[in-house]
Write a protein that binds this ligand. Sequence first.
Ligand SMILES: [Zn+2]
Length: 313
Amino acid sequence: MAGQYPENIIEIFEDFFFIQRGFLNCNHFVYRGDPPILIDTGYLGGLEETVSLIAGLGVDPANTGLIINTHCHCDHIGANRFIQDMSGCESALQYIGKHFIDTRDDWATWSRYYNQEAEFFETTYGLEDGQTLDIGPYRFEVLYTPGHSADGIVLYNRREKILLSSDTLWENDVAAITERVEGSRTLFSFIESLNRLQNLDVRMVYPGHGRPFNDFKGALEKSLDKIRKYLWDKEKLGNDQLKKILVYTLLMRRKIGKDELFEELMRTWWYPETVDFYFQGKYEQKYTQVIGELLDKKVIYKQDDLLYPAVRA
Ligand SMILES: [Zn+2]
């Protein structure tokens, strides 16, 4: 029934819901069945809202039977531990991501590298490329799509031509690429993953961040174009990475002084390394430049000497 749910919630199939969040938390999915199944769980800092959104669909998180994660980054696994503690639910993710979680590898999951909050959880199943997942009556194919992360998957419902694209495919942008963690193959992996998706017949894409969209081929073209440019222009890649992670850091902190943020960045792994790697170690100069660009573009704003994100968390 139209109008039954808030505007950020779409019932894709009967009892299968898409929940669109801001940029701090990933979008996630709830299957209201017996038992309920969740796909991704947002960021730890958004836990309360995540749980209340799930409960708002008539699903008691304590009854969750299974959590599926599209990859093990902090904004996708945030409520896993909490929901698992209350429900004892099983969990499934791509087998490399499962290994990262099982070995408590917070470098491979990016959380130590980017100073992000994340809690490990217990895993049950390692997913393989090409296998199928039955979520209640709905069948999804698991496609392994590394590039943004070593364990990235997308879920494809062939019957209804629906793609849950996670951070592999966004409408107008490409998710953060971290060569220093993922290695020198990562841009090529990303291109191969997107090329592989070209063969799918897709009517609607539900991405990991941002609104759903139907121009699947257009989004693929835009993403491929951007990543191919990165191959030849590493400064552009470095700048985009700095901007994305800076905005994400502000979303995590909510507000912070300009100098304080710089000092905090210098104590992370990622910031000095990224500036060393792409910009010959010009830490302060690069910081001033990137903050200036973000202020100009109104992605962040300044008030009483504090910086704030202008995008919705
Ligand atoms: Zn991610």
